[in-house]
Design a protein around this ligand. Structure first.
Ligand SMILES: Cc1ncc(COP(=O)(O)O)c(C=O)c1O
Length: 409
């Protein structure tokens, strides 16, 4: 570096880019209240009971909807894959990262979802990027629900950077979507992106109303079925199937990190669209493929789902039990049909209720502003097929205790 560069007073040198890192954040506010529900470390996990901070805690915050991360067949498939292929594919699908397990899983997922083709990605987050950005071109319009998952928001931002227009419509509101469509030039390319099941409150998208609009205006719908796959629809086939619209919705994408007990993601659709993504998706071409163990465990989890669809019924039964009992206790819980059972309370009470539950060995997820409306807190109970009746009873008993103690119910 020259002497001149070191001594020149460049304007950029007056601003410390790291300044924000030293400011007190939301985490300080929590910690000052002695409540910290995030980044808890798990030391061992055997189904719904986990070792967290040295004690056994009943997990009601996991996305492991069918409980398959602890299934002996799924675990042994992962071990066998490591023995045969090693720990990583060490390359992208395009080059050296394709193994026969990827192809087998793609074929099985396409068949299960009754679509022509499937493509795997490294994570669910990456799948959103890998699908949305390449399909939405320069000057096209992405119409996206306001409450879509952060992975979709981030994919939209990436597309925006490449001159795609992004319009957010009111949450689960087909009337607002139509209003937005009417503002866009008729001849512009458009696509609609939505979560099938919204990840915070577990509500299901009003797909029939959206599909009617999509048909009328000839706009394809892309569904993120992360919280729907294995949970709703015939045998757990997701949102489109739940509404008998599986042949109308052209593209569904999903993560492995929930029902499929692994890490990775996939998209299903027609051969031509999937083939286009295979060759035009930077998230696929420039990133290593799912590891042998991840692929084998997702494949084994899918086998279990296909052979034991009763697990989906069991999950729905458990979720119905938790929902109806929390409603009977007097908590503010919406009606619903998914594995996510949310409770809304005021922000202060929510954190205290979370602590009461945690002190009694129950872990749930808690959302605070800005993830929720100002002053509100949402406690997300995630139910699993592997929860036994004793776990469900204890959850309800503990909510009754905590809710009464804090005067919430
Ligand atoms: C709706 C939705 N889409 C995508 C993802 C991202 O999936 P992954 O964890 O595999 O990156 C999540 C994860 O929470 C999600 O809830």
């Amino acid at each position: 570096m020259s002497k001149l560069t070191l001594t020149t007073s460049a304007p950029g040198r007056l601003y410390d880019i790291f300044q924000k890192c030293h400011l007190p954040g939301k985490s300080n506010e929590f910690k000052s209240k002695g409540i910290w529900p995030y980044f808890k470390t798990i030391f061992a996990s055997e189904g719904p009971e986990v070792n967290m901070e040295g004690r056994t805690v009943i997990m009601f915050g996991s996305n492991n909807y069918l409980g398959l991360t602890a299934h002996p067949y799924v675990k042994s498939a992962a071990v066998k894959a490591i023995k045969k292929y090693g720990t990583s594919c060490s390359g992208s699908r395009l080059l050296t990262g394709t193994i026969d397990l990827h192809i087998e899983l793609e074929e099985k997922l396409a068949t299960f979802m009754d679509k022509e083709a499937c493509l795997l990605f490294g994570t669910g987050y990456q799948t959103s990027q890998g699908v949305i950005q390449p399909l939405a071109g320069r000057g096209d319009y992405i119409l996206s629900d306001r409450d879509n998952h952060a992975s979709i928001v981030s994919a939209n931002l990436m597309a925006k950077g490449l001159n795609t227009n992004v319009i957010r419509f009111k949450h689960n509101n087909p009337d607002d979507l139509e209003k937005q469509i009417l503002r866009i030039p008729d001849n512009a390319g458009k696509l609609i992106v939505m979560d099938g099941v919204f990840s915070t409150d577990g509500s299901i998208v009003n797909l029939p109303a959206f599909q009617e609009l999509a048909d009328y205006y000839n706009i394809p719908i892309l569904l993120d079925d992360a919280h729907a796959f294995g949970v709703i629809g015939d045998g757990g086939r997701g949102t489109a199937n739940h509404f008998n619209l599986q042949y109308e919705v052209p593209i569904t994408f999903c993560t492995f990190s929930k029902t499929l007990a692994s890490i990775g993601g996939f998209v299903v659709g027609n051969k031509s669209e999937i083939d286009y993504l295979k060759h035009n998706s930077p998230a696929l071409v420039f990133s290593a493929s799912p590891s042998p163990a991840s692929t084998a465990s997702a494949l084994a989890a899918l086998d279990v789902l296909i052979k034991q669809p009763e697990l989906v019924n069991r999950l729905q039964q458990n979720a119905r039990f938790v929902r109806s009992h929390l409603i009977s206790l007097g908590f503010d819980v919406p009606e619903g049909e998914t594995a996510i059972v949310p409770i809304t309370v005021n922000e202060e009470m929510g954190l205290r209720l979370w602590q009461e539950l945690y002190d009694r060995n129950i872990f749930v997820n808690v959302f605070v502003p800005p993830a929720t409306p100002a002053g509100k807190c949402l406690i997300r109970n995630s139910v699993m097929a592997s929860h036994e009746q004793k776990h469900l009873d204890y959850l309800i008993e503990t909510y009754k205790f905590g809710g009464q103690k804090l005067g919430i119910i």
